[in-house]
Design a protein around this ligand. Structure first.
Ligand code: NAI
Length: 243
């Protein structure tokens, strides 16, 4: 897909990987819809606009079905289409299973997995109708490997891979693609919150001996959205952490 003038929705894009994805698509000349639960920094809107594209911030919680509908409906109203949907919004509530509350599991599942279903449910009919579109779900390496202390998060991210493959199969006949990216350890606010000890241990598991950058994920998302022949795939961007 040629991205110039297309409309890209990036959920959870007030910072981190989502912000980098938005910028990478803006560089390609795509119009950007930012989303987060709380305000998006004004400087971020200005930075993206400096690429000569249109930028809209539509706040809302993706785990809420109607809020996800609002996000897609408003995008359609403003830009006329949804060409690329990036499900990036995600949270973690790390605890060992034996100490995990029901709420820790539910809220993680509701944002990471159900949130992606919610946006896909509303955007897919538009994409099928226009016979073009790309959906990219940001999963995680731990969805493939599992991780002690992240049963809720890993389960939600593994579920996202199943969602990706099923949507890919349902949408393929109309030329719509759906893929997942599984980042390894990427330097963001989410990972900065981990202790030095945990970060050190993670580094030991990465053959390339460095943490990834948000840009590594953003460039992969752009690549996937441009391809018309990659669908149902899980693309690992993890420094070799899992092969
Ligand atoms: P972050 O915590 O820095 O940013 C998350 C974004 O999602 C924020 O903009 C936040 O406002 C938004 N968000 C959270 N809940 C939301 C909701 N219910 N509705 C709308 N927006 C919501 O996280 P980071 O590190 O940038 O991660 C982005 C994605 O990449 C997440 O899905 C995360 O699970 C995934 N990931 C991150 C890795 C890392 O090493 N940083 C590794 C593997 C996956």
């Amino acid at each position: 897909m040629e991205l110039k003038g297309k409309t890209v929705v990036v959920t959870g894009s007030s910072r981190g990987i989502g912000e980098a994805i938005a910028e990478e698509f803006a560089k390609q000349g795509a119009n950007i819809v930012l989303n987060a639960r709380k305000a998006i920094p004004e400087e971020m809107l200005e930075k993206l606009q400096s690429y000569g594209v249109e930028v809209e911030a539509i706040l809302g919680d993706v785990s809420d079905f109607n809020s996800a509908k609002h996000l897609i409906d408003q995008t359609k109203e403003r830009f006329g289409s949804v060409d690329v949907l990036i499900n990036n919004a995600g949270i973690n509530r790390d605890k060992l299973v034996m100490r995990m509350d029901e709420e820790d599991f539910d809220v993680t599942y509701e944002v990471n997995l159900k949130g992606s279903f919610n946006t896909i449910r509303h955007a897919l009919p538009l994409m099928l109708k226009q016979r073009a579109g790309s959906i990219i779900n940001i999963s995680s390496v731990v969805g493939e490997t599992g991780n002690a202390g992240q049963a809720n998060y890993a389960a939600s991210k593994a579920g996202l891979i199943g969602l990706t493959k099923s949507v890919a199969r349902e949408a393929a006949m109309r030329g719509v693609t759906c893929n997942a990216i599984t980042p390894g350890f990427i330097e963001t606010d989410m990972t900065a919150a981990l202790s030095d000890k945990v970060q050190e241990a993670m580094l030991g598991q990465i053959p390339l001996k460095k943490f990834g950058k948000s840009k590594d994920i953003a460039e992969t998302a752009v690549f996937l959205s441009k391809s018309e022949y990659i669908t149902g795939q899980t693309i690992r961007v993890n420094g070799g952490m899992y092969m």
